[in-house]
Design a protein around this ligand. Sequence first.
Ligand code: C2O
Ligand code: CU
Ligand code: CU
Length: 503
Amino acid sequence: MISRRGALGLAGAAGIATLTGCYTDGPGTGQALVSGARIPPPFKVPLPIPQVAKTVRRDDTTDYYEVVQKVAKVEILPGSKTTIWGYDGTFPGPTFRARAGRRVVVTVRNELPVPTSTHLHGGVTPPDSDGFPTDLVVPAGYPVHTKHAGMAMKPSDFTLHDRTRDYVYPMNQRAATLWYHDHRMDFSAPQVWRGLAGAFLIGDNDEDRLGLPSGDKDIPLLICDRSFDAHGEFHYPELDSTLTNPGVTEEYMSGVFGDVILVNGAPWPILEVANTRYRFRLINGSNARRYQLTGLPVTQIGSDGGLLAAPIRLESVTLAPGERYDVVVDFSEYPVGTELTWANALGTGPTGNVLRFRVARAEKDPSQVPAALAAVPVLRREDAVATRQFDFRLQGGKWTINGRPYEPAGSVAAPKLDSVELWRFTSDFHHPVHVHLAQFQVLGRTGRKPEASDGGWKDTVDIRPYGVVEVLVRFAGYKGRYMMHCHNLEHEDMAMMANFDVV
Ligand code: C2O
Ligand code: CU
Ligand code: CU
C-alpha cells in the first residue's frame, strides 16, 4: 500500500505535480536511488557485445537452445565484482538471432534460489509459452507463494515446473527487435534488476534484401540504469533480500531510478566505429527510467514490431521502459577522429550521459537505407470492432487498471482472434503500457496526431501524465489468456497488470 506521504513524494518525483494537469517531462515516475559505490568516469569502458546464443540442435523446422539461469560474478564497475542473476550467467543474457518461420525452442533451467518466468517481449507466442507471471520454473522444494500485494493466492493460480521447462516460439512473425526478461509475479522488478534480460532479434528474407547494415554493424544496445552499494553489488530497495516476500520500501513504490547508466551491462561505454552506417537495436530495459538520446541524430527504420514503411530522421530518440527503436546512424557524416556522444536529455549529472562513439577508421560501406523499407498496412479507426478504455492510475494506495489491482484469475476483455479493437489508455502519472501477443498502431495522443516516433507496429507505448493514447490493436496469432501491464516494473509488481482473453 502506498500511503498519502508516499503518494505525495511520488508526485514530486514524477515532476508533474500540478492539479491543473500541467506537465513537464522527466525520467518518468520513480525515485532516485543513490549508489554507495564510487561511480566510474564515463566513456572509459569499451561497449560489450553480448554473445550470440548457440543452438544445441537444429532440424528441418526448429532451432533448439538451452539456457541456464544462474548466479555469477561479473565486472561491471572497473575493479570490482558484482553478483548478478543472468541467463547463462551473463548480463545481458545471450542475444538470440531467430528467423521468421523457423520455430525456436528454448529449454530454460533455473539454478537460481527463486522461481522465474521468462517472457519474450514482442513475441507472438502461444499462451503456455508466453511467460505468464504465475507460470513458474521453481527451484526444487520451493514453497508455493500464497500471498501477493496483500491478496490471497490459491495454488490453482499457479502452474509450476520443476527446475526446467521448454518455451516454444513458433516465430510466425516478421523481422523485429524483441527482448526477453523475467516476469515472475510480484518480483519482476528485482529479478530484472539483478540481470535477467537480453535481446532477441528476428530476421527475415524481406529485410535481408534491403541491404541494411549487418553482421558486426548490427548491434543490440540494451540500456538500463542500476545502483551499486559500497561493495559494488547491485543495490535495490527490496523489503526481503531473499525475494520470498514482495515489495520495496515505500519511497520507491513509484519506481526505482539507478544513478549508473549501463549499455549492454557496462557503465557509460565507448564504441570505436568505422565511418560507415551502423544499425543499433535500442532497447530500454530499465525498471522505470525513460531516456531521450540527443547529440547524434538517427534514421529510425523500425519500432517494437519491426520495420517502418519508410525511414524517418529523428534528432533525438525517446524510449520508455520496454520500448525498442531500430535505428541507423551514418558515421560517414563525421571525419575520422570525431567523438560523438549520446546524452540523455531526461537525465541530470551522471544520468545525463549514455554512450560515446569514436570514429576510428575509414572503411568502404556496402550498406544502404532504402527509401521504402516494408509494406506496413495502416489500420484505421473504422477497422475497430470494439472500443475499450483502460485507465492506469494510483488508487486506494495501489497501482491499478480501471481501479482494480491485478487479479490472477480475472479477465478484463475478450477480443476476437483476428479482430482490431480501439483501446484508449489514460493515466495519472507516466505509465509505459505494454500489451502481450497483440501489436498496435498509435492513432492519436490526447486529441492530437501521433508523434513522429510513434510510427509502425508497437507493443509498448508511453502514456504521459494525464495523457490519453488511442491505439488500434490487432489480435493475431493465438487464442487464450494474455495480459497487459505497465512496464514500469515496480508498478507491474505492485499490481498494475490485467489479463485479457483472445477468443
Ligand atoms: Cu516486457 Cu509483460 O513484459
Ligand atoms: Cu511482452
Ligand atoms: Cu505505471
